[in-house]
Structures are given as structure tokens and as C-alpha cells.
Design a protein around this ligand. Structure first.
Ligand SMILES: Cc1ncc(C[n+]2csc(CCOP(=O)(O)OP(=O)(O)O)c2C)c(N)n1
Ligand SMILES: [Mg+2]
Length: 369
């Protein structure tokens, strides 16, 4: 049964906070191996996050947007895709990237300022990271429309935050998607905050999911810290995008209700705008122990398997850091190299200016400043 034909305020949930299956819940059909893989990737994403924040604090990385708290939403939704489907990410989707085949060292290189970190292998259908809020939404709609016109049957999963729903690009993108019936799944990671702006200052709408009805297609709210519910809802939306039933439109807006445990980025201090109590309350819903408890109850996980997973994760993260840090430091000129095919005059003048101050002062003196 599809989970998306319902009132947008009727939040989809499969597991309670202790990881017990709720009565009448629609448990997705996932093999034990797949469930364990999802659990391991969620833990890997969290450990990677902790190490990345620590690298930034030690001056070994520029800035970093942590995803802690959002692993269930990211990993489970990405698993709902087939290989040929596409992902249009924001800057926080390191967990999605991991599932789709982007290496951890590549993510580190991106945040260390290497151009190589923006490279996506040919066989990985992930679009470039969008830092400007909501710009990836019209991109995803356009790509989905093109794909449909070509007669392909791919779904386009576009991630963005609660803050993005106030941008013109969000409304233009969803409006176009409804009119042209594009195979786009809009995945809103409602983590309750847009830097220091709380969800209730973002919109007076009761839910973000209900905004879909203005564009003529379905919107569904899901517990974004319940990986099984996220998988089920995303899978249903992706299948509808590919193959809608009679009278159905392809697009869906999913609002995944969740919380970011950490700062917006390493340049932010959330203690100045939110209470520690609020964070503690949301930690009760942490998707990792929730899935772990579910799997332990089913005898799919035990202490031995969890220990082995922890060891593997520790090694993978350490290796990724070692590889990324062994890369030669990028040349400052590279910032200018890949923006335009032919460099405009204004950019060339800026490049010449950077070169002249490097010649005059040397890189070490500039970095110290
Ligand atoms: C067009 C634009 N305006 C402002 C910013 C500055 N900015 C960066 S992140 C952010 C908040 C985004 O919040 P949300 O959409 O909820 O995503 P989250 O970071 O919470 O995942 C803002 C305003 C930007 N990057 N782009
Ligand atoms: Mg947000």
C-alpha cells in the first residue's frame, strides 16, 4: 500500500522511539543484509561527522556542516533509489553521497577547499553540491523534465532544508514540476532550524508537506528520524515518479521531520539561539539507537556484530582522513579555473591580483594573516 496518499499532517512512522514496530505500521520490505548495511552507513556517517568537526577545530579543514541527527533521513532515502536515478544535494548530504558511491575522502577534500572534492565520477548520478539555498530545486526539475522528454524512466531526488521553502526557487520549481508532471521527488529535511531561524518563523503553514497541494500534487510528512518510515515513503514516491497510477501526478513533496543535533556549520554556535533541553528532547528520537534496537530485537544484530561494525568504521574514517590529508595543497589559482569555460576579463584581473600579492608576500605570510 502506498504511504503517500494521506493528509499531509498525518505523519508516517514505523518505529517508536525505542525501535519497536508500531501497531498497523507499514514495515518496508528490506532484507536483513540491507538493513545492516543501512545501520552501518548511518553509524559511519555519524563517526565521519565527529571526526570532520574535530579536524576543523584543529585547523585541518576549512568549514564543515555537520549532519548528526539526520543520518536516518539521508541514508534511508538514498537507499530508495535505483542506480540510474539522480540526486540533487544541498551542502549537508554527505550521508546520501556515501550511499551513492561518493567516497569519504572526496567529501573531506571538498570541505578542505580542493577542486578535486567537487569531482563526481561519471557513473555516479549525483549533481554538484548547491550552497546557495534552493537553487538545486529548479535544476532537479529541469533535469527530470529533460529525462522524461527523452523517454527515460528515472526519478530525481532533490534535497533541501526547511529554510529553502521560503525561497522563490522552491515555489517556481514545484509549480513547474506540477504543470509539466516531472519525475521529481522533493525531499525537505525539516531539521527545525535555518541557521538561527526556527521552523515557526519560516512559515505559518501547519506543515511544510501541505505546500504541495498548492501545486496540485501530493505532500507527505514522515518521521525523519525513523529510517524505516523514511525508506517506505521515499520508495513509494520514487516509484510514483517513475510510473504514476491513473490520475496521479509524478512529483511528491516529502517533509522529513527531524533535528540537527550539532551546529549549522562549524562557524555557528547554536547555544546562543536554542536551549540545551530542546536538543536533549530530540536526542530521544536518535535514528541510530532506534534502528539498532529494532535489529537487536530481531536478532539481526548483537554485541559482536556491533563491535565489528565499529572497528570497520573507525578504520574507514581514519583511512579517508589520511588519504585526503596526503593530497597536495590546492593552488589558489584553482579557485578561478573551473567557473567559466573562457575566463571573463573581470575574473582574469582578480586572478592577476591574487598572483601579484602571492609574489609579493608569499603564501605562508598570507595564511598567517
Ligand atoms: C540564497 C542564499 N541565501 C542565504 C544563504 C545563507 N545560508 C546558508 S545556509 C542557510 C540556512 C538554510 O537553512 P535550511 O534550508 O533549513 O537548511 P539546513 O542548513 O538547516 O539544512 C542560509 C540562510 C545562502 N547560502 N543562499
Ligand atoms: Mg533547516
Amino acid at each position: 500500500m502506498s504511504t503517500i496518499q494521506r493528509d499531509p499532517r498525518d505523519r508516517v512512522q514505523v518505529l517508536d522511539e525505542a525501535g519497536r514496530v508500531l501497531e498497523d505500521a507499514d514495515v518496508p520490505d528490506l532484507s536483513e543484509a540491507k538493513l545492516v548495511e543501512m545501520y552501518e552507513q548511518m553509524r559511519l556517517a555519524r563517526r565521519f561527522d565527529e571526526r570532520a568537526v574535530s579536524l576543523q577545530r584543529q585547523g585541518r579543514m576549512g568549514t564543515f556542516p555537520p549532519l548528526s541527527g539526520q543520518e536516518g533521513s539521508q541514508i534511508a532515502s538514498a537507499h530508495a533509489l535505483e542506480e540510474d536515478d539522480w540526486v540533487f544535494p544541498s551542502y549537508r548530504e554527505h550521508g546520501v553521497g556515501l550511499v551513492r558511491g561518493l567516497s569519504l575522502e572526496r567529501t573531506l577534500l571538498y570541505w578542505m577547499g580542493h577542486e578535486q572534492g567537487s569531482y563526481v565520477p561519471e557513473d555516479v548520478n549525483v549533481f554538484s553540491v548547491a550552497v546557495p539555498i534552493a537553487t538545486q530545486i529548479p535544476h532537479a526539475v529541469g533535469a527530470a523534465w529533460a529525462s522524461r522528454l527523452r523517454g527515460e524512466r528515472n526519478a530525481f531526488l532533490c534535497y533541501f532544508g526547511d529554510g529553502a521553502t521560503s525561497e522563490g526557487d522552491f515555489h517556481e520549481g514545484l509549480n513547474f514540476a506540477g504543470v509539466f508532471d516531472t519525475p521529481t521527488v522533493f525531499f525537505c529535511n525539516n531539521n527545525q532550524w535555518a541557521i538561527s531561524v526556527p521552523r515557526e518563523r519560516q512559515t505559518a503553514s501547519a506543515t511544510l508537506a501541505q505546500k504541495a497541494s498548492a501545486y496540485g500534487f501530493e505532500g507527505v510528512q514522515v518521521d525523519g528520524m525513523d529510517p524505516l518510515a523514511v525508506y517506505k515513503v521515499t520508495r513509494d514516491a520514487v516509484e510514483k515518479a517513475r510510473d504514476p497510477g491513473a490520475g496521479e501526478l509524478r512529483p511528491t513533496l516529502i517533509e522529513a521531520v527531524q533535528y540537527r543535533f550539532g551546529a549549522h556549520t562549524t562557524a555557528d554556535d547554536p547555544s546562543v539561539y536554542r536551549d540545551a533541553d530542546e536538543v536533549e528532547r530530540w536526542k530521544q528520537k536518535d535514528p541510530i539507537p532506534r534502528l539498532e534496537n529494532y535489529l537487536r530485537r530481531r536478532d539481526v544484530l548483537d554485541d559482536g556484530r556491533v563491535d565489528a561494525i565499529e572497528d570497520r568504521i573507525e578504520d574507514r574514517v581514519a583511512e579517508a582522513i589520511e588519504t585526503a590529508e596526503a593530497s597536495t595543497r590546492p593552488e589558489p589559482d584553482e579557485i578561478f579555473a573551473h567557473v567559466y569555460e573562457g575566463m571573463p576579463k573581470r575574473l582574469r584581473r582578480q586572478l592577476e591580483y591574487v598572483e601579484s600579492i602571492r609574489d609579493r608576500h608569499g603564501d605562508d605570510a598570507l595564511l598567517e594573516g
